[in-house]
Design a protein around this ligand. Structure first.
Ligand SMILES: Nc1ncnc2c1ncn2[C@@H]1O[C@H](COP(=O)(O)OP(=O)(O)O)[C@@H](O)[C@H]1O
Ligand SMILES: [Mg+2]
Length: 282
C-alpha cells in the first residue's frame, strides 16, 4: 500500500530522516516507535505530502506522492497533532463543513458520527470539549471521504488513560473495516498493543522493523521474576525461564512454602530499543 525508497529529509544542515526504505502492507496497522526527535513526524509528514523529501521516492498505492498530490490526497486521511477545528462551531458543523469540501454526502456525516460515538454531543461546540473528544472529532473528520490509508501522528499523546484507550479501540475498528493505518508513538506499550508491525526509529533511521512479538523474542531471554521469603527477609530475583536451574529453584521455593509471587516476564519494546541503540526510549 505504501512504499518508501531511500527517503531522506534535510533541514538546513541537519539530517532528520536518513535513507528510509520500507513498505506498509494493505490492511495493517503500522506503528512508528521512537523517542522525541527520532524523525517520526518528519516521516509521516512526507508520507502524506505535507513535506517534500530532500531525496528518495514515496508511493501510495503505486502512485508517486510528489507528482500526484491530488490523487494521493483522495486516498489518505490525516490526524496530526495541531488541533485545527473550528472551535466556535459544533461537532456536526465541523464535519459538515469538511463534507462539503470533500463532496461527501450528509449521510456519511451521520455514519462517522455514529462510528466514533459522537452522536449524543454532535450539537455541542468544539470549545466545550476535552482533548479526547476533540481527537475523536479529528479522527471522524479524517474518515469522511473513506480514505484507504489513515495517518495519525501521536494520536493519544497528552490524553488521559481512558481517552487514550478509547482512541486505540477506534483505531482497531478502523483497521477492521479494511483501512490501512500508520501511527507514530513514543509509547512502547501503545506500539506493542496496537501495531501489526513496528518500525523502531532512532536518529532518523529505522533500526528494526517487525511484528512486536518477533522483536521482543529476538531481543532477549524470557525471565521468571520471583519474590520469596528467606528467613525473615523478602528476596526478589529473576531467572532465565528456559534453564534447568530455574526449575530447581522454583520447585524448592514452592515446596518449602517460601514463594510469595512468581511472574514470567518477556522483553519489552523499550528493552528492544535499548539493545539496538544503547539509549533509552524516553
Ligand atoms: N522544521 C524544522 N526545522 C529544523 N529542524 C527540524 C524541523 N522539524 C523537525 N526538526 C528536527 O528534525 C528531527 C526530527 O524531528 P521530528 O520528525 O519532529 O521527530 P519526532 O516526531 O520523532 O519527535 C529533530 O532533531 C528535530 O529537531
Ligand atoms: Mg513527533
Amino acid at each position: 500500500m505504501i512504499e518508501l525508497k531511500e527517503v531522506s529529509k534535510q533541514y538546513q544542515d541537519r539530517c532528520a530522516v536518513d535513507r528510509l526504505s520500507f513498505t506498509v502492507q494493505e490492511g495493517e496497522i503500522f506503528g512508528f516507535l521512537g523517542p522525541n526527535g527520532a524523525g517520526k513526524t518528519t516521516t509521516i509528514r512526507m508520507m502524506t505530502g505535507l513535506l517534500t523529501p530532500s531525496e528518495g521516492e514515496i508511493l501510495i498505492n503505486g502512485i508517486n506522492i510528489s507528482r500526484h498530490k491530488k490523487k494521493v490526497h483522495s486516498l489518505i486521511g490525516v490526524v496530526f497533532e495541531l488541533p485545527n477545528l473550528y472551535t466556535r462551531s459544533t461537532i456536526r458543523g465541523n464535519l459538515s463543513l469538511f463534507a462539503d469540501l470533500y463532496g461527501v454526502t450528509p449521510q456519511r456525516v451521520d455514519e462517522v458520527l455514529h462510528s466514533l460515538q459522537l452522536e449524543e454531543r454532535q450539537h455541542e461546540k468544539i470549545s466545550s470539549l476535552s482533548k479526547g473528544w476533540k481527537q475523536r472529532v479529528l479522527i471522524a473528520r479524517s474518515l469522511l471521504h473513506k480514505p484507504a490509508v489513515l495517518f495519525l501522528d501521536e494520536p493519544t499523546s497528552g490524553l488521559d488513560p481512558n481517552s487514550a484507550a478509547m482512541i486505540r479501540d477506534y483505531i482497531r475498528t478502523i483497521k477492521a473495516e479494511g483501512t490501512t493505518v500508520v501511527i507514530t508513538t513514543h509509547d512502547m506499550q501503545e506500539a506493542d498493543e496496537l501495531s501489526d508491525r513496528v518500525g523502531i526509529m532512532h536518529a532518523g533511521s529505522l533500526v528494526a522493523l517487525d511484528q512486536p512479538r518477533q522483536l521482543k523474542q529476538a531481543c532477549g531471554r524470557r525471565e521468571l521474576a520471583a519474590e520469596f521469603w528467606q528467613g525473615e527477609r523478602i528476596i526478589r530475583e529473576c531467572w532465565p525461564l528456559d534453564e534447568e536451574s530455574t526449575k530447581e529453584q522454583v520447585y524448592q521455593l514452592l515446596s518449602g512454602g517460601q514463594m510469595i509471587s512468581l511472574h514470567s516476564r518477556e522483553a519489552t519494546l523499550a528493552d528492544v530499543f535499548a539493545a539496538l541503540t544503547g539509549s533509552e526510549l524516553s
